[in-house]
Design a binder for this molecule. Structure first.
Ligand code: UDP
Ligand code: MG
Length: 324
């Protein structure tokens, strides 16, 4: 038995693995099997942080069991479903390692890629992101929308966010400390990560299909993430209303000239009448509505930020004793 005076062995993990989980009961056993094989290779100086994002299935129970079985497993449980980016944020807040790795619970991000990422980290890179060169068995709609979105974002965003990268990445402690110090509520981690800079590099991989279960990122959630990222990293949409306004001003000037021409040269033309006025009204109305809508999106976000609510509420936490 250990005497009280004996100093407690202090194991501060060198590596943290962060995995957000939302109704993934079918994946957790296999996930743990593959991730623990990797953890065994990492001299056990590793913590596995599972974040329960308000799951309604057995995910939390399974996380508790894993924690009791394996002390390297810690978990956080959010009080409701806050969304993937917030769940990852919570994980980043609690991670204690020097190299922090984020991956999905559905095994679409192969844990076997991590040694390669660690190798780059040891070479001195601060961020090693995984870049998809292929997606296996995902619908053409998802592939197409993702393709268009990443290219659009690259054109519009103020920072250079590499295309076809997700949240699967390794980040150095310095980067994570910086991300944690960013108070913004609308969190697009890939964007924040790119904004920071330092030495960043990619490792390429083929994205596997989901191991089991349904996709948790519904079309609505993906659309909202896409909008959030565009608005958080670009002011081009705001400028769009100026362009639209200028364009409509130009069109109305042309129309005025045309009408004048018809008045003078073809007094009985039908185009001078009612229809022209209606078209002009509808056109201007839509330009104004679009502009107000864009403004509204930005103002809505300002409102979210100034409210200053915490980003998430924690219901349960285990395994984060100061020294384990
Ligand atoms: N996820 C989450 N909260 C959500 C939606 C998803 O924590 O509201 C987790 C989910 O459990 C998974 C990861 O985020 O570990 C990615 O989700 P999914 O596989 O559905 O998305 P996709 O692979 O289509 O990006
Ligand atoms: Mg997935």
């Amino acid at each position: 038995m250990r005497r009280l005076s004996e100093p407690k062995t202090v194991i501060v993990p060198q590596y943290s693995l962060i995995i957000p989980i939302y109704n993934e009961e079918e994946n957790i056993t296999e996930l743990y099997r593959r991730v623990s094989a990797l953890m065994d290779q990492l001299d056990n100086s590793v913590e596995l942080i599972l974040i329960n994002d308000g799951s309604r299935d057995r995910s939390l129970l399974m996380m508790r069991e894993l924690h009791h079985k394996d002390p390297r497993v810690c978990y956080l449980s959010l009080a409701r479903n806050f969304g993937h980016q917030v769940a990852v944020t919570a994980g980043l807040n609690f991670a204690r390692g020097q190299a922090i790795i984020i991956l999905d619970a559905d095994l679409q991000d192969p844990p076997e890629l991590i040694p390669q990422m660690l190798e780059k980290w040891r070479q001195g890179y601060h961020v090693v992101y995984a870049q998809r060169i292929k997606r296996h068995r995902e619908s053409w709609f998802k592939r197409f929308t993702a393709y268009v979105f990443y290219r659009l974002l690259r054109r519009l965003a103020d920072v250079d966010i590499p295309a076809d990268t997700g949240d699967f990445c390794l980040m150095d402690r310095r980067i994570v400390d910086l991300i944690n110090s960013m108070p913004e509520r609308s969190r697009y981690i890939r964007g924040l990560r790119a904004w920071i800079g330092f030495q960043q590099t990619a490792v390429k991989y083929e994205r596997d299909p989901r191991f089991a279960g349904e996709v948790k990122y519904t079309f609505r959630k993906s659309l909202s993430l896409a909008l959030n990222s565009l608005i958080a990293f670009s002011r081009v949409p705001l400028r769009l209303s100026i362009y639209l306004g200028l364009f409509s001003a130009f069109l109305s000037a042309c129309m005025a000239l045309l009408v004048l021409y018809w008045r003078l040269h073809q007094p009985d033309s039908s185009l001078t009448g009612f229809a022209t006025i209606l078209i002009a009204i509808f056109f201007l109305g839509s330009v104004q509505l679009i502009s107000i809508g864009i403004l509204g999106e930005y103002i809505g976000r300002i409102y979210e930020e100034v409210k200053g609510r915490p980003i998430y509420a924690l219901a349960e936490i285990a395994g984060f004793d100061p020294y384990s």
